[in-house]
Design a protein around this ligand. Structure first.
Ligand code: 5GP
Ligand code: ZN
Length: 118
C-alpha cells in the first residue's frame, strides 16, 4: 500500500472539517472523533492535526504531539466513564491492520477486552 498524500487523506479532511465526523475532543494539535465502524461501546480515534503516515513518524518529527495523543486518550476514557479498563492501539503497517495512512490512536473500552488481540 502507498501512503496517501496529505491532500488526499481522509483524516486530514476530517481535521479540516471537509468530511463530517462526530468530534468528541479537540486541542491545537489533536482531534478525537468516533470511529465510524465501532468495535466497542467507546471507540474513538485520536489523530494529530499534522499528517504523518504512522505513530513512529509522528513521534520522530513531533514528539510533543505524540504525547498529546495519549493525554487526550486518557481524558476521553475518563469523560466516557470507562471504569473497567480501556485499550490504546496504533495499528502500524498493513500487516497489523492499518488502513488509513494518517497516524491515529484507537481508544477502545466499555466491554471486556481479551489479550492477545489476535
Ligand atoms: P486502522 O485500521 O488504520 O487502524 O484504523 C482506521 C479506522 O478508521 C478504522 O477503524 C475505520 O473504521 C475508521 N474509519 C475509516 N473511515 C472512516 C471515516 O470516514 N470516518 C470515521 N469516523 N472513521 C473512519
Ligand atoms: Zn492526513
Amino acid at each position: 500500500t502507498t501512503p496517501e498524500r496529505s491532500d488526499d487523506c481522509l483524516f486530514c479532511k476530517i481535521v479540516a472539517g471537509d468530511i463530517p465526523a462526530e468530534i468528541v475532543h479537540a486541542t491545537e494539535t489533536a482531534v478525537a472523533f468516533r470511529d465510524v465502524n465501532r468495535q466497542a461501546p467507546t471507540h474513538v480515534l485520536v489523530v494529530p492535526t499534522s499528517h504523518y503516515e504512522n505513530a513512529g513518524e509522528l513521534a520522530r518529527h513531533e514528539p510533543a504531539t505524540a504525547a498529546e495523543l495519549l493525554t487526550v486518550a486518557a481524558h476521553i476514557a475518563e469523560k466516557e466513564g470507562i471504569e473497567e479498563g480501556y485499550r490504546l492501539v496504533f495499528n502500524t503497517g498493513s500487516g497489523a491492520g492499518q488502513t488509513v495512512w494518517h497516524a491515529h490512536l484507537h481508544v477502545l473500552g466499555g466491554r471486556p477486552l481479551t489479550w492477545p488481540p489476535g
